[in-house]
Design a protein around this ligand. Structure first.
Ligand code: ZN
Length: 551
């Protein structure tokens, strides 16, 4: 409470000083600070995620309304978890009216707090640690990693509770104490009530069961049963992810899970296309471009794939860079019994296309290819990327208990993303052979794929997706499949493009099948560095947003 007041006073003073000085002395430091925020805001294109629910029944609309209300509470809990003073700063800024304060508020809402992950988690507003404390506010702000580890060693009987994914750690005199989420955030009970209320309106029995079990889970912080029921939801129009899910916000230990909510409506049209991909999944597997001995009889698994439009997006998934697909639940016990569910968020993908991919294409692609850059090709490429993660081997050939993840260690993520991407492109050859697409669609896919590479490279070559895209670009350029035209714009050579795609796909599939750590290292080293010409293009793209601001 004391902190809250101090920050409020500080902020009001800060703003007053800034506003006064602006009139007399336009070049003071305060205004420089503000203009930095204005600049950073340009990296986030404003979008409102909505989706058509007009075709839903009255009861279904009521379910959506109640879930959204519950989602907003989950969103508010994430604010509490992410930083200690985010809410106090947000609420003080909301009372101030200057355009600069409103910009700060907008930027604060993008990050759910005063720290900017695009700039090394540095603070951009308010008074407090200059870098985001790694523990978020899941632990005392002055607690160190060493203190926690020592304490846990000395109190082994408290270890399970202190390290639980569903507790907050606080000080209790000399002791550290674990408080279950449902007690630390009493508003969770309200979420549970809303889910039960929504269950009453759910006509779909499997959704009804899930909502009831999820309410129970939120009240007890025991999620297994509800996660199992989530995998059993069938023939539904509505789906929802709500509760504590991912553990990245606890950057100190990755123990504690952050609240989020995704209220989504399944897209039947897009799901039909997905069904075509799924129907051909074994065909894709049998025609993978590498040594036949590695090819499995079937790629089929218990996994569920669905395309949905997001109606409400809040909390962890909405902070900073927006998620376009999610693979859940995280509980390995549920995976072992029922597999996982992958949801593709179509309207978020489409917004990324409109605000980012198309503007990139207009700037860097050859004139004759720009009209071929297509939204449908983008969403179907991303969808086929997700499908392609299930192709190829999960375990090293001849070593049935060595997973490829384990064999490739820290090189796995980039290699696996590379596999999914290049196979998504490669499988279009089969879609063409099977007459499921025509030559024009093939051209659209390639003309959308190339600017898509640059979109992902801008995330940074250190990140797995960024690295995977650098490799594809460098490899295909090196082989002459992607090239510059005489105006210096990007184009491709249709005579060899798909052959070179097949060559890279074969290379990466073989690395995975053999679990070849050294070959993975060589591929990353040979093709994983951003070239000077790519750097130049990335710089020229500085005016294109990097991500979305969900308003
Ligand atoms: Zn992926």
């Amino acid at each position: 409470m004391k902190n809250f007041k101090l920050i409020t006073i500080f902020l009001i003073l800060f703003t007053l000083i800034a506003c006064n000085k602006k009139e007399s002395e336009p070049k003071n430091n305060m205004n420089k600070e503000k203009s930095i925020i204005a600049k950073r805001l340009e990296s986030f294109a404003p979008v409102k995620f909505t989706t058509d629910i007009s075709f839903l029944t009255k009861n279904q609309k009521k379910v959506i309304e109640l879930l959204t209300e519950a989602g907003k509470i989950a969103d508010e809990i994430y604010w509490k978890q992410n930083t200690a003073d985010g809410i106090a700063i947000r609420d003080s800024l909301a009372k101030l009216n200057s355009p600069e304060d409103q910009e700060l508020l907008r930027y604060l809402k993008i990050w759910y707090g005063p720290y900017d992950a695009m700039y090394g988690e540095t603070r951009f507003v308010g008074n407090g640690p200059k870098i985001r404390p790694k523990q978020g506010s899941f632990y005392p702000q002055d607690m160190t990693r060493e203190e926690f580890e020592t304490y846990v060693k000395q109190h082994p009987d408290e270890k399970a509770d202190l390290e639980s994914q569903y507790t907050v750690v606080v000080r209790d005199g000399e002791k550290l104490k674990a408080i279950p989420y449902h007690e630390a955030y009493p508003e969770i009970l309200k979420i549970a009530d809303l889910l039960e209320e929504a269950a009453k309106f759910a006509d779909n029995a499997t959704l009804k069961t899930y909502l009831e079990l999820r309410a129970k889970a939120l009240r007890t912080d025991k999620y297994f049963e509800s996660d199992m029921a989530w995998m059993d939801i069938k023939n539904n129009d509505i789906d929802v992810v709500i509760g504590p899910i991912e553990n990245y916000t606890d950057a100190m230990f990755n123990y504690k899970t952050a609240y989020e909510a995704v209220v989504m409506v399944k897209d039947k049209e897009a799901s039909k296309q997905l069904d075509i991909f799924k129907k051909n999944i074994d065909y894709f597997e049998h025609h993978l471009p590498y040594n036949k001995k590695y090819i499995r009889k079937t790629a089929g698994s218990g996994n569920i794939l669905q395309v949905a439009n997001v109606y409400y997006f809040g909390g962890d998934c909405n902070g900073g860079t927006k998620t376009i697909a999610a693979s859940l639940p995280n509980d390995p016990r549920v995976h072992a019994k029922k597999g996982g569910k992958k949801s593709m968020y179509k309207n978020i993908m489409e917004a990324k296309f409109d605000k980012i991919v198309l503007p990139i294409a207009k700037q860097i692609m050859a004139d004759d290819l720009i009209p071929y850059c297509s939204k449908n090709s983008f969403t179907s490429f991303v969808t086929l990327h997700e499908v392609s993660h299930t192709l190829g081997r999960g375990y090293v050939f001849g070593k049935d208990n060595l997973s490829i993840r384990k064999a490739l260690q820290e090189r796995f993520s980039a290699i696996e993303e590379l596999k999914a991407d290049i196979l998504s492109m490669y499988n279009h050859k089969h879609l063409l052979d099977l007459k499921l697409i025509d030559q024009d669609e093939m051209k659209r896919t390639i003309a959308t794929f190339i600017p898509g590479l640059y979109r992902s490279i801008r995330f940074g070559a250190e990140e797995a997706h960024g690295k995977a895209n650098v490799i594809q670009l460098n490899f295909l350029m090196d082989k002459g499949a992607i090239k510059f035209d005489d105006k210096g714009k990007l184009t491709y050579d249709p005579a060899i493009f798909m052959d070179k795609v097949a060559e890279l796909a074969g290379l990466v599939l073989t690395i995975e099948a053999e679990g070849n750590y050294d070959a993975a290292g060589k591929l990353l080293d040979d093709y994983g560095h951003v070239s000077e010409s790519t750097k130049k293009i990335i710089e020229e793209l500085a005016n294109v947003p990097r991500d979305l601001d969900n308003q």
